[in-house]
Ligand binder design. Structure first.
Ligand code: ADP
Length: 532
């Protein structure tokens, strides 16, 4: 292409010179120069063949420079020398710094020297000639340096492209690994964006979705479908849907739901959610995990049914044993030894009766909220009775049992249930305190709440166990290790009674130092101002 440009400019120069008045004859220097240009053109065409060595193409611009040298010989003032820039650019572009050197050398020998020999070394001629060589050299070097910079840029860009491709490949590989891992786990996983749109889910969750949304899902959090509450029957409201709650930034664990219309195929899921936030703490989405707990839920149901039916079956014979034992104990004609033995039977029957009552209670209250019948009662009376009942056990265990309570403390509570609360806390304090220890019960009023604290100097409860203390059948490690008898129901029943009165139960404890269980419930009656 450069040869084409050169030919056009060369012809233009000749034409302009003719227009300017010069006559260019067939036997003139410019005509000879034109012949050389034609030779250069022919060489340019021929040297395009593949087998020709790369340097050979350099002959063409050198011939161009020679043609220019010849065409300048008819007039010292010809501007044709400027065209030398074209072959200089060509040489520089093609062969780099070597090409620039060849351009300068060719300009000196072929372009300038013939003129100097022909016209003689006049002042102007020499300066023009040298200027021409400088321009040629500068042009060649300019393109060399431009090309070098461009090449450096290309290399940089290429390196960047290669690194980017490698990074993309790594990310893609990691994505496939993550996908494989997420598909392997037996937990449904969902990722929501900040607007509550589904971003991704694993294969396990796709199966859950088919069950919960047989007619399809629009990919937005909170869509209603065959999704039910923990009872397996109440359809979930939009606001209660785990995805909706998570999309509002809520974090939770063990939210139990059922999915699926058909009870034979429906599954129980335990859902956890965590928020995703950016580096500024702004909510950008949520991740949810759905754990299949169907077998666990069914096992719980079976266990509760079993407990309920066994407890019912035990209650009838127990009632009859209690009845006959008390009839026997009323007799006056029994030997003392028999009475003592009957009293042992009576005590143990009473223990059994309480245990059965606890089991029944547990099985029943799990299904529905506890029913309490409140009435105005003197709470001090309840506590006094409980202390009276616990005193024999406390003394035989070598414990110092003390009560601090106002003379009366009216409260609107379920007397029987509250007696059970005080009994449970007190019997635990006695049971878990070694001989020589102290048990204290403090009853008072804190604002509009009744405040009952049962403290002991017993074995204490480890911090890790405290959170699960009120869970059914839970027994702390220390109690198990020391083989202290119990089934782990008392505190769970105690809590449900307290909560059904709108109250709270808390525990403070230190291993080896003792524990304090504190119950606060609304009094619901006007209290006369009294010192507590
Ligand atoms: P149980 O006493 O029949 O095991 P509870 O539900 O009453 O069941 O208590 C649950 C667990 O809490 C007990 O097993 C025991 O480990 C722990 N605990 C309860 N009260 C105390 C206490 N006062 N001191 C130390 N541990 C206690």
């Amino acid at each position: 292409m450069l040869q084409g440009v050169f030919v056009v400019l060369f012809v233009l120069d000749l034409a302009l010179r003719s227009v300017g008045g010069s006559t260019i004859g067939l036997r003139s220097w410019p005509a000879l120069g034109s012949v050389v240009v034609l030779v250069a053109c022919a060489a340019a065409v021929l040297l395009r063949a593949d087998r020709v060595p790369a340097w050979a193409i350099g002959v063409v611009p050198v011939l161009d420079l020679a043609a220019l040298g010849l065409s300048r010989l008819d007039s010292l003032t010809s501007g044709a020398g400027v065209l030398a820039v074209v072959p200089a650019l060509w040489l520089g572009r093609q062969f780099g710094r070597t090409g620039a050197a060849v351009a300068v050398l060719s300009a000196l020998l072929l372009l300038v020297t013939p003129g100097l020999l022909y016209f003689g070394v006049g002042g102007i001629t020499l300066s023009r000639a040298l200027l021409l060589v400088v321009v040629v050299g500068w042009s060649a070097l300019a393109i060399v340096s431009a090309l070098e910079r461009a090449r450096a840029g290309w290399d940089e860009a290429e390196r960047g492209r290669v690194e980017l491709a490698a990074a993309l490949e790594t990310i893609e590989h990691q994505r496939r690994v993550d996908e494989a891992i997420l598909d392997t786990v037996d937990v449904g996983l969902v990722l929501l964006d900040g607007e509550g749109t589904y971003q991704a889910m694993n294969r396990r969750h796709q199966a859950f979705m088919r069950l919960g949304y047989p007619d399809g899902h629009a990919g937005r959090a909170g869509q209603l479908g065959a999704v039910y509450a923990e009872d397996g029957a109440t359809p979930l409201e939009h606001e209660d849907m785990p995805t909706y709650r998570a999309s509002q930034g809520e974090e939770f664990d063990d939210c139990r739901i059922w999915i699926g219309h058909d009870p034979r195929t429906s599954r129980a899921l335990s859902v956890s959610a965590r928020s995703v936030r950016d580096e500024h703490g702004t909510f950008t989405g949520a991740a949810l995990a759905y754990n299949d707990v169907t077998d666990f839920m069914q096992a719980l149901r079976v266990k509760d049914e079993f407990i309920a039916s066994v407890s019912h079956e035990l209650r009838t014979p127990l009632t009859s044993i209690t009845g006959y034992v008390s009839i026997l104990l009323e007799r006056e004609d029994l030997p003392r030894q028999v009475v003592a033995q009957l009293e042992v039977v009576d005590r143990n029957t009473d223990r059994l009766r309480r245990l059965v009552a606890d089991l029944l209670h547990t099985a029943e209250t799990d299904e529905r909220p506890m029913h309490v019948v409140r009435a105005r009662t003197d709470f001090t009376d309840i506590v006094r009775e409980a202390v009276g009942a616990a005193t024999p056990a406390a003394s035989s265990a070598g414990l110092d049992l003390r009560l601090e309570a106002p003379d009366t403390l009216p409260a609107v509570v379920d007397r029987q249930r509250m007696a059970q609360v005080v009994d449970n806390l007190l019997s635990n304090a006695v049971k878990y305190t070694p001989a020589g220890g102290r048990v204290r019960i403090c009853l008072g009023v804190d604002g509009d709440r009744l405040d009952l604290a049962v403290s002991d100097t017993g074995i204490g409860i480890e911090a890790g166990d405290r959170a699960r203390l009120f869970t059914r059948f839970f027994r702390a490690r220390h109690a198990e290790e020391q083989s202290i008898q119990g089934v782990g129901l008392g505190l769970s029943i105690t809590r449900s009674i307290v909560e059904s009165h709108g109250g709270r139960i808390e525990v403070e404890s230190e291993v080896g130092q003792g524990s304090t269980f504190r119950v606060r419930i609304p009094l619901d009656v006007e209290q006369p101002a009294r010192p507590v």
